[in-house]
Design a protein around this ligand. Structure first.
Ligand SMILES: [Mn+2]
Length: 426
């Protein structure tokens, strides 16, 4: 299924009048505050988030997996699904492939399909947290950190293969997330595990094309419950520094212990020019992979406030690879992603409203109350008409979720693909 411009315009008609009223009201208010609206719209339109190839099917849990029907069963169908998301939202202009789940069979055809839907290939993800069919060595006791050199070599070679696949598609970065760690005290020697990981990452780093970067993701626990080799931003930062200037840390919102100050982590990494990638999701307890903004929208805003500050003030930090990293059991995966994309844009727009000059002045004066007022004034602004206007100007839907439903997308996909197709992934 492909959504055509005329379909979107047709549905937009019924929302146009109320949108115009809401937008005029907001634009007028913001202009009076000295905010440049077209500048703001330009930033929102340029902000694109990659969709991981595995998030288009219903996510699994350790206990079961319930399909939402009509799931994409090939890479081509996954890219078509992202095309639907992008047509409606105009903010999902990239795909992040997970290897070996999504190795293209016909590179030229996959590239052409993505190009036709205006989708770029963002970071490619390696997978050394599962054993692949016919693999010689097992990752049961770790991959890049394993005490067995043959296992480490297999994991290094897999990452080099992933780089090669990504390179043929136009990707420019490799994301490495390791499940390596231990479940019981005494199982691992912490120093040996970290040293092995560093050496392995350096081998992968040597295989990076000159214009590529390597993004090192961290996570405190799960699937290992006693220790994780790359457990926090400090370890990731240390490893990125050990590898070289093309290696960066990657922050995943769900990969922190409860109440961690993620905005401060983001801020410090950007100051040091070492924040390379960012994974969006939301959580109540751990790495819950819930819809972005569904649990802690204010925290998301505070994080975006630091990201915006960094993007404006830290030229030493590269452009970030943005990706949604969430998937679960109970929503239509495409509707879930539409909600996440909207929440991301909303937090970004609100962060762009923060008056940085006034904030700096209030900070200099230690006017704590004023500092909070400035942040919360931005946060409390209903920016949804602004997002709708940005989508409208880019050819997207005024109301993506309602358009998705009114265009009978899921019904059409089930008709085309059958009910019981299953997407590869977790
Ligand atoms: Mn992640």
């Amino acid at each position: 299924m492909k959504i055509e411009q005329q379909h979107i315009e047709g549905v937009n008609k019924s929302y146009l009048k109320s949108h115009q009223e809401n937008y005029d009201f907001l634009a007028n208010n913001l202009t009076q505050k000295g905010i440049n609206i077209s500048n703001l719209l330009g930033k929102l339109k340029a902000f694109q988030v990659a969709i991981p190839s595995w998030a288009l099917g219903a996510g699994g849990t350790r206990f079961g997996r319930f399909s939402y029907y009509g799931e994409p069963s090939s890479l081509e169908q996954k890219i078509q699904d992202i095309g639907i998301l992008h047509a409606l939202t105009q903010t999902a202009g990239a795909v992040s492939l997970h290897i070996p789940w999504d190795i293209p069979e016909d590179y030229a055809a996959v590239k052409e399909l993505a190009e036709g839907l205006n989708i770029k290939f963002d970071a490619v993800n390696s997978n050394t947290f599962q054993d692949q069919k016919d693999a010689k060595e097992t990752y049961k006791y770790g991959s890049l950190s394993n005490t067995n050199e043959a296992v480490r070599q297999q994991a290094i070679q897999h990452n080099l293969d992933v780089i090669n696949i990504g390179n043929q598609l136009g990707s420019k970065s490799l994301t490495v997330w390791l499940a390596d760690g231990s479940c019981f005290p005494g199982q691992n020697n912490f120093q040996t595990a970290l040293q092995n990981t560093e050496n392995s990452l350096k081998e992968i780093y040597k295989g990076l094309p000159s214009d590529w970067s390597m993004l090192i993701e961290y996570k405190p626990y799960e699937p290992n419950f006693y220790s994780t080799v790359i457990q926090d931003w400090g370890t990731s930062f240390m490893l990125a520094n050990a590898c070289g200037e093309k290696a960066y840390s990657l922050v995943d919102l769900g990969h922190h212990l409860p109440n961690s100050n993620i905005e401060q982590i983001v801020s410090i990494l950007m100051l040091k020019g070492k924040l390379g990638g960012f994974h969006f999701n939301d959580s109540k307890y751990g790495d819950d992979d819930l819809t972005v903004g569904s649990i802690k929208p204010y925290a998301l805003f505070l994080i975006f406030n630091e990201l915006v500050y960094g993007m404006q003030n830290n030229p030493q930090n590269p452009d970030l690879a943005w990706m949604i990293d969430a998937s679960h059991n109970v929503k239509d995966p495409l509707e879930d992603l539409i909600q996440s994309l909207e929440a991301i844009q909303e937090a970004y727009a609100k962060a762009l409203l923060v008056n940085q000059t006034e904030l700096k002045e209030a900070q200099l004066n230690n006017d704590v109350v004023k500092c909070q007022e400035i942040l919360q004034d931005a946060y409390r602004t209903d920016v949804r008409p602004l997002l709708a206007q940005a989508r409208l100007e880019s050819g997207g839907a005024l109301s993506p979720i309602n358009s998705y439903r009114r265009l009978n997308v899921r019904e059409t996909l089930i008709e085309e693909r059958g009910k019981y197709t299953v997407a590869t992934g977790l």
